[in-house]
Design a protein around this ligand. Structure first.
Ligand SMILES: Nc1ncnc2c1ncn2[C@@H]1O[C@H](COP(=O)(O)OP(=O)(O)OP(=O)(O)O)[C@@H](O)[C@H]1O
Ligand SMILES: [Mg+2]
Length: 409
């Protein structure tokens, strides 16, 4: 196999997920998807290097067996409550005699935009240009080749705690893999579950993970904001364990078996004999009670996400609505709750950008790993002849690679 293999690696709190693809004539062919239970990851960040290395390695080995090629490099997702985004501006003067804006000028203005006050212990992960202004003409999406004297950019900067970034890079290198790029997980996820039209109209992706819920909001093709909230599906499980006085394992089984139906009014009737789920347990519980416990936590998570929408004045104002993904989105009644809570259209977010016979990539737990592959494919397609600017017009540029190289141990 000569073609390069692109790997997307999502280090989740519940499970490590990997997706592998090949680019054949610029078309993405998904060749594998694997997952392994995660260890040493808490709230989306590394809590034990040893444990994380061994669970990631197990996932990668599974992938190597599946696709029959050794893995060398990967696009790796980075997540956690420490990641923040902020708006920034940069200005440069075009000094050339002809006043034509070149690639270097765009690079310079993006570098100028990074000169914002980043807290000393933070690392910039992405600089995402939103729009450019040339002299007094604003709202320019792609300034290359235009004439002007003063070039200005409005961009979104995404930054994360340096030590968290270092821990993650260390863990990946210990597995023997090289990092092709570190990508903020929810931005990668959005690449898999949103199409261009939704990004244009205005939409929010909500990834309901095990220990975190991440949110990314898009409008006019631009990222408006992205955030990681420290609550997720495991909190639903804990609520069930506390509410029904069962073990966490039992609560997880109840959630997976009856969670979806108990969120529907019709599915709430009747009772469950715990002994039928696990012979060591006894007791009868009502489905209504399970539905109420799960519903209350989901509403709380959605309220937190809606506060973020309020902050950027988009609550109730995103025409393409809410797109739910991640393991938690598998609770069937959750779409209805989202419609009510956000007063917006809501849908389940699964892969809509690649066709593949690998079924797993349509599972919402794989959205992030798949998104990383799509991100990688875009990057690979645009290196070489078209390079930097093609990425820019894709609205996701990353001059970060240079910065990021400094982190490699
Ligand atoms: N069918 C299902 N119904 C309800 N919840 C589910 C279902 N399948 C998985 N989950 C829940 O989804 C969560 C795991 O989802 P996912 O794999 O997206 O998380 P993660 O990426 O590992 O975590 P994080 O993103 O927070 O680091 C768990 O809380 C699990 O209980
Ligand atoms: Mg996740």
């Amino acid at each position: 196999m000569k073609e390069k293999v692109i790997i997307g690696l999502d280090i989740g709190t519940t499970a490590i997920k990997a997706v592998a693809a090949q680019l054949l004539e610029d078309k993405i062919h998904i060749i594998g998807a694997t997952e392994k239970q995660s260890e040493g990851v808490s709230k989306g960040t590394i809590s034990s290097v040893e444990d994380a290395v061994s669970s990631i390695s197990a996932c990668l080995e599974k992938m190597e067996r599946m696709i029959g090629v050794p893995l060398e490099k990967a696009y790796v997702g980075i997540s956690g409550n420490h990641i923040t985004s902020q708006e920034t501006k940069g200005v440069v003067t075009i000094s050339k005699a002809d006043g034509e804006i070149k690639e270097e000028d765009i690079e310079r203005v993006l570098e100028a935009a990074q000169a914002v006050a980043t807290p000393p212990n933070y690392e910039i992960l992405h600089v995402i240009p939103k729009s450019f202004t040339i002299d007094n003409q604003s709202g320019i999406k792609d300034p290359l080749g235009m004439a002007g004297i003063r070039l200005e950019v409005e961009a979104e900067i995404i930054e994360g705690l340096s030590n968290q970034v270092k821990n993650l890079t260390k863990v990946i290198y210990r597995t023997g893999l090289e990092i092709e790029d570190l990508v903020f997980s929810i931005i990668a996820t959005s690449e898999a579950v949103l199409n261009k039209k939704q990004k244009e109209l205005g939409a929010a992706v909500i990834d309901l993970g095990g220990a975190t819920t991440s949110l990314a909001v898009f409008e006019e093709g631009d990222l408006l904001t992205a955030k990681v909230l420290p609550v997720g599906g495991n909190h639903i499980t804990s609520d069930i364990a506390i509410g029904l006085k069962t073990s966490i394992e039992m609560a997880e089984k109840i959630k997976l078996l009856y969670g979806s139906s108990s969120l529907w009014r019709g599915g709430r009737r009747g009772e469950i004999n715990l002994n039928e789920i696990d012979e060591n347990e006894n007791g009868i519980i009502s489905k209504r009670q399970i539905g109420e416990i799960i519903g209350a936590r989901i509403e709380e998570i959605f309220k937190m996400a809606d506060q973020e929408l309020h902050r950027i004045s988009r609550s109730g104002k995103l025409p393409a609505g809410i797109v739910l993904t991640g393991g938690g989105s598998k609770l069937e009644g959750i779409i209805e709750i989202a419609k009510e809570e956000f007063k917006l259209p809501a849908s389940l977010g699964v892969n809509q950008n690649v066709i593949s016979a690998v079924d797993k990539i349509y599972d919402p737990i794989f959205s992030c790993a798949l998104g990383l592959v799509l991100w990688g494919a875009q990057t690979e397609k645009t290196t070489g002849e078209v390079k930097f600017l093609a990425k820019l017009s894709n609205k996701i540029s990353k001059i970060i690679k240079k910065l990021f190289k400094k982190l490699i141990p």
